[in-house]
Design a binder for this molecule. Sequence first.
Ligand code: UDP
Ligand code: MG
Length: 318
Amino acid sequence: MNVPRLAVIIPCYNEELCVETTVKQIFVLFEHLINSNKISRDSYIYLVDDGSKDRTWSLIAKLHRDYNGLVKGMKFIANFGNQKALLAGLEAVRRIGCDCAVSIDADLQQDEYAIEKFLGKFSDGYDIVCGIRNDRKTDSLFKKTTALMFYKTMNILGVKIPVNHSDFRLVSRKALDVMELYGESSLFLRGFFNELGLKTAYVKFDVKPRFAGKSKFNFMSLMVLALNGITSYSVVPLRFVTVLGFLMVFFGVLVGLEAIFEKIFLDNSPNGWATLVILICVFGGIQLFCLGIIGEYVGQIFQEVKRRPRYITDIELK
Ligand code: UDP
Ligand code: MG
C-alpha cells in the first residue's frame, strides 16, 4: 500500500488555551512520521469547534491560514457535545479524503506518539486501533471509580467496549464508509466501532495531565454519556424489567396464597397492616424503577424517530 494520508480529528470546546500548542505538537509528530515514511505529506488536522464561547474558533481560523490549509475545521452553531463533534469530524475527513483517521483530545492528555504504533497496526491490516490507557493516575479517585463502574456495567449488560478505552482511536477509510451507513442520531462511538466486527487491535498508551484549561466534563455530562451508551447499545435492562415483572407476579401469587391460608385456617386477618404498607412501598418503588428504565428507552426512540440533524455546522474551512 502507498504511504497513507492521515487525518487527525480534534474536538474542541472552549480550548483557547490548548488548541495552538496542540496543533504545533501534532505537526512535530507529523514531521517525524513523514520522514520515516509512515504518513503522506498531505496528512492534515481537522478541528471541530463544538460551539465554544471563547476564542477557539478565531484561533482555528488563524491556524488554517498559517498552515496553508493543512489545518482544517468546522464550527458548530451550538454545543452539541463531544460525541457529535467527533462524529462530525469523522464524516468531514471522509468527505475530504484520507486513508485513516485518528481522534484525540484537544488537551493532548493522550500520548500522541502512540499514533505511530496505531499506524503500525493499520499497515498490518487492522481497520480499528483502540488506545487503551495504561493507568488512571491523573484522574481523581471519584472519576476512577465511576469510570470503572461504567465499563463493568457496560460489559455485564453485554456491550463489549474495551475497558479504559476513551475516544483515542484510529479508524480506516473502510470503517468510515461503514459508519456512513448508520443513521442513528446518538451514536456512542466506543460501542459503535467495537460492534462493527472489523479487525480491531489495541495499543496501550500513557495518560498525561491536562496541560492547560479545565476538564469540560462534569458529573452530569458523564452520566448522560454513560446512559446514552447503555441504552443505545444494550437491551438487557429492558429484559431485566420483564424478568423482574415475572418474578414479582410469582411472588405476589405466593403472598396471596399465604393470605388466603391465614384467613381460612388461622382467622387472624386484621393483622398485617404493616406488611401491607411495606409491600406497597417496595412494589411501588420497583415499579417506578422499571418505568424509569422503560422511559430511558422510550427517550431513545423519541430521539431517533424525530430524525433531527445530529449537529449543525456554521462554518467549515477546507
Ligand atoms: N469536548 C467537546 N465538547 C464538549 C465537551 C468536551 O468537544 O461538550 C472536547 C474537549 O474540548 C476535549 C475532549 O472533548 O478535546 C475531551 O474533553 P476533556 O479533556 O475536557 O475531558 P476529560 O479528559 O476531562 O475526560
Ligand atoms: Mg482531557
